[in-house]
Design a protein around this ligand. Structure first.
Ligand code: PHE
Length: 459
């Protein structure tokens, strides 16, 4: 467990384990907390279509690129670039991912803390008998409290560190396998309840009838950023996980399965939220609290709601955990393999630093007033620091993805690439040409275009 060396890397033990762990990383707060609130903020169906477009044309190829880099190099996000292209600045792409991991995990831990705190609210039956306004106040009360969210954030981060200390097989893999299917089952039950609520029709229309006039440059940027966020791409998570995948696995099929599972859960989460948002007269653009305000209303309206509420927030916490460990692993793998630290030291130092940053962010939700300028559709707007960090990560991930695409498309040799995706010539793929076209041209150009459009506000 201590000091994994490169000859004997810890790895995933079974095919199901790989998919469960990679899907566990992808499926998390991004699907159930973030996807619905940004869909609400940017107007629904048209935003979702752009998002799906980004998933198919950019996300899926980038996932396969990351798996390829990781398995080829058998190394973490930073040294993989050093190994595949020694003595070049390409390792800076890994560094960018390292920084992004810090940014993401800092606020991710806070939101996961809110989720944990809602497990206790559910257990103490605090939602019962509350109207939508009161449930909104309850959420506001939590996030603006100076201490409570930080206590839960610290608990969550300690759990994350605990799993990371257990190593890959005993930690990450064991937990992912059992709990993700359970979460899926609960979300489907919530869908059924939400769709059958009186007044749900407007929410269904919001999800399925696109109005393209609502698409702004920042909406498109958010859709792209979220495609990266939701699939855990652009910062080396899937490079790190790719390095743990066995040489016999079919990387292309694995990438496809993870992408489909992740996208399905996000859409199912949207279907659980928006019919309820409209049925209860909640503001779709309510922001980071949307899920926490909407779903307790749904639980209040269903038989067995008390139990479902507990289970839901518990499983969402677990989904967050299987994602947060994959973010922390990027940082820890680097310290262990490149700096020679032992796993314990690396995990503790990284966790304390990230938790401290997150606690500060949490304070800016109420106690500290910190507003920063932000590029939004060609103009500079003001944004609270907590949202600002979220937007930052949505910007950093596609930038990382841009360099990863260029690296795989133009820098790595074609022979290396083909060798890795075909397992040394054992597999034949009909899609190799399409993948290479997406990698070389489509993905990097679309990312570049979206970034420039955000800066110059072309449309
Ligand atoms: N994909 C995770 C989620 O949807 C978050 C994440 C982002 C994980 C980036 C790893 C890397 O919650």
């Amino acid at each position: 467990m201590e000091n994994k060396n490169l000859q004997q890397r810890d790895g995933f033990s079974s095919k199901l384990g790989i998919i469960a762990a990679a899907a566990g990383s992808a499926i998390g707060l991004g699907n159930i907390w973030k996807f619905p609130y940004i869909t609400g903020r940017y107007g629904g169906a048209a935003f979702i279509l752009v998002y799906l477009f980004c998933i198919a044309l950019i996300g899926l190829p980038v996932m396969l690129q990351e798996f390829t880099i990781g398995r080829r190099s058998q190394a973490n996000a930073i040294s993989s670039f050093k190994k595949l292209k020694p003595n070049t600045p390409w390792f800076l792409t890994g560094w960018l991912g390292f920084i992004t991991a810090f940014v993401i995990l800092s606020y991710y831990g806070v939101v996961a803390g809110w989720t944990l705190s809602y497990v206790f609210s559910a257990i103490t039956n605090s939602f019962a008998g509350q109207d939508p306004e009161a449930l909104k106040g309850m959420f506001g009360g939590l996030v603006t409290n100076p201490l409570k969210p930080i206590i839960f954030q610290v608990v969550f981060m300690a759990l994350t560190a605990g799993v990371i200390l257990g190593g890959v097989k005993n930690g990450i893999e064991k937990y992912s396998k059992i709990l993700m299917p359970l979460l899926l089952a609960i979300v489907i039950i919530l869908d059924i309840r939400a769709i059958t609520l009186p007044g749900s029709g407007e929410g269904i229309a919001f999800l399925f009838q696109p109005d393209f006039s609502k698409l702004t440059a920042s909406a498109v940027m958010s859709a792209l950023g979220h495609a990266f966020f939701s699939l855990s791409l652009g910062m080396g998570t899937m490079i790190t996980y790719g390095s743990y995948i066995g040489k016999k696995e079919n990387l292309g099929v694995t990438a496809l399965q993870v992408t489909i599972a992740d996208t399905a859960i996000a859409l199912l989460a949207g279907l659980a939220i928006f019919p309820a948002v409209f049925a209860f007269g909640i503001e779709p653009g309510a922001g980071t609290g949307l899920v926490f305000i909407t779903l307790p209303n749904v639980f209040n309206q269903m038989p067995g709601g008390y139990i479902f509420a507990i289970l839901f927030f518990l499983l969402l916490s677990v989904a967050a955990l299987t994602s947060s460990i994959s973010i922390l692993e990027v940082v820890v793998a680097y310290f262990v393999e490149d700096k020679g630290w032992n796993r314990k030291k690396a995990t503790i130092i990284a966790t304390v630093a990230i938790t401290a940053l997150g606690a500060f962010e949490s304070l800016t939700n109420g106690t500290i007033n910190l507003v920063l300028p932000l590029l939004k559709g060609g103009v500079v707007n003001q944004f609270g620091f907590f949202d600002w960090m979220i937007e930052m990560s949505d910007l950093l991930l596609p930038i990382g993805g841009f360099f990863i695409s260029i690296f795989v498309g133009w820098i790595m040799t074609k022979a290396d690439l083909d060798d890795e995706i075909t397992n040394g010539g054992e597999l034949t793929h009909s899609w190799t040409g399409i993948f290479e076209f997406l990698t070389k041209f489509v993905a990097p150009l679309l990312i570049l275009f979206t970034l420039l459009n955000l800066i110059f506000g072309w449309f």
